[in-house]
Design a protein around this ligand. Structure first.
Ligand SMILES: Cc1cc2nc3c(=O)[nH]c(=O)nc-3n(C[C@H](O)[C@H](O)[C@H](O)COP(=O)(O)OP(=O)(O)OC[C@H]3O[C@@H](n4cnc5c(N)ncnc54)[C@H](O)[C@@H]3O)c2cc1C
Length: 402
């Protein structure tokens, strides 16, 4: 492989595809290794499909920088490449006066992040979303929906047209330095290239091995309901509840997808396996790994997290609990308007002390770059994020060539 490939990228999700695209633009010869038969079968294909505006992200973080720049670039990319996109804006609703300080904090973050957003009153809420209700809301007109799977395919097509290749059905066990080259251990043998980039999402800590021994991916299951077709008119674009900013989960929201379906969700409960999407699809090794991680046990000792966890578990089992939360935003919603939809698992990195890694995290060794925490809004930020990671890999490629 080292004769025909400069860089091996592990994972054909949005981040791996963006890294491969930007590496191929820079002139590197790239091979993407993906264990599944198709791209975007995990986080990048099982999500809300929201192009986030960046109003909720802490200013100064990589997430904020990449989300704001990524939102603009992603919308332009979709328009140019005919990837389905609908820009109807996002409304973040305060259902009572107690939530207004959260809207004010979001307005401060929007201003610091240079995101277009303003607080609107109850009357304007009804003008923007006629079936939503609240005392005030933050309106971010740049929020949009897009088809994330089509986006990942378009990135890989562009990389392919510049000479990159994707090999499906190749499972990578580990990516390590090997005396001036990157060694990639796979089910098809050991491959070598000058540089390897680990973009394995829910498996990224395992592929990184010792480089990530102080953190672990804990999978959180986001379960969605969706509106029955006759009631889809209740939501024009995106309606969110003012979030609890302690945790990186945005709470129940109603989101119109580009295919017209309206999703309600997602919840966020511990997943029974990193890539298990059914409620009872327990993966023993994954679950044991989560429960044995000191950081998970520390997190669970926090009473606030425990209360949140119990609420989220109930929501995963009972549609009526999703309905109760959503009906506070959309009072005309009836329990029979909801049907079960799909689930997607978030790869959330947790340290040994129980703290959540909040920002994107990338670690480098001599010949390897590991993307370890490509959390939400990873899709929105994927163009600048992938470009940055590709830049790190190019520097390593140039020194390997020197
Ligand atoms: C429920 C949910 C809702 C979300 N909503 C949004 C949203 O609305 N907007 C937004 O911006 N972000 C959202 N996100 C976040 C976003 O989906 C992620 O940040 C992004 O998709 C991460 O992309 P990735 O390429 O890192 O991971 P993935 O998409 O998971 O890709 C990793 C790839 O690596 C492959 N792989 C893994 N292990 C191996 C191995 N050992 N060998 C070979 N291949 C391997 C996998 O098969 C997979 O294809 C959401 C996430 C979830 C889960």
């Amino acid at each position: 492989m080292s004769d025909s490939t400069d860089v091996i990228v592990v994972g054909a999700g949005a981040i791996g595809a963006s890294v491969a695209y930007h590496l191929s633009l820079a002139g590197a010869r790239v091979t993407v290794l993906e264990k599944e038969p198709r791209p975007a079968l995990h986080q990048s294909g099982r999500n809300s499909g929201v192009v986030h505006a960046g109003y909720n992200l802490k200013p100064g973080t990589r997430k904020a920088e990449f989300c704001v720049e990524g939102s603009r670039r992603l919308r332009a990319w979709c328009l140019e490449r005919r990837v389905p996109l609908e820009q109807g804006g996002i409304l973040v609703v305060a259902v009572d006066e107690d939530e207004i300080p959260t809207l004010e904090e979001l307005q401060r973050r929007s201003d610091a992040n240079r995101v277009e957003a303003r607080i609107v009153d109850a009357e304007e809420i009804r003008r923007i979303e006629p079936h939503a209700a609240g005392v005030a809301a933050l309106h971010a007109p740049e929020g949009a929906s897009f088809d994330s799977e089509a986006f990942v395919r378009s990135l890989l097509d562009e990389a392919d047209s510049r000479g990159s290749a994707v090999q499906y059905g190749v499972r990578v066990a580990a990516v390590v330095d090997g005396g001036g080259v990157a060694r990639v251990r796979t089910n098809a043998g050991v491959l070598e290239a000058a540089v390897a980039v680990n973009c394995a999402g829910l498996q990224a800590d395992r592929v990184a091995g010792g480089v990530a021994s102080d953190v672990r991916v804990i999978p959180f299951r986001g379960f969605y309901a969706e509106l029955v077709p006759e009631r889809e008119h209740l939501v024009r674009s995106h309606v969110y509840r003012a979030p609890d900013l302690t945790y990186p989960f945005l709470g129940v929201h109603a989101s119109r997808r580009t295919d017209g379906r309206v999703l309600l969700g997602p919840g966020a409960m511990l997943a029974p396996g990193r890539e298990s999407y059914g409620l009872f699809g327990v993966n023993g090794a994954d679950l044991a790994g989560t429960l044995a991680w000191p950081g998970f046990r520390a997190l669970f000792r926090d009473p606030r997290f425990r209360r949140l966890a119990i609420r989220e578990v109930r929501k995963n089992f009972r549609l009526v609990d999703i309905w109760k939360e959503a009906a506070e935003l959309l009072p005309e919603l009836r329990p029979e308007d909801l049907a079960r939809s799909f689930a997607g698992n978030r790869a959330q990195l947790i340290r040994r002390d129980g703290s959540l890694v909040d920002d994107f995290l990338v670690r480098e060794t001599e010949n390897c770059v590991h993307v370890l925490n490509a959390v939400s809004p990873g899709l929105t930020g994927s163009l600048p994020f992938g470009e940055w990671v590709a830049g790190l890999a190019m520097k390593r490629l140039e020194s390997a060539r020197a």
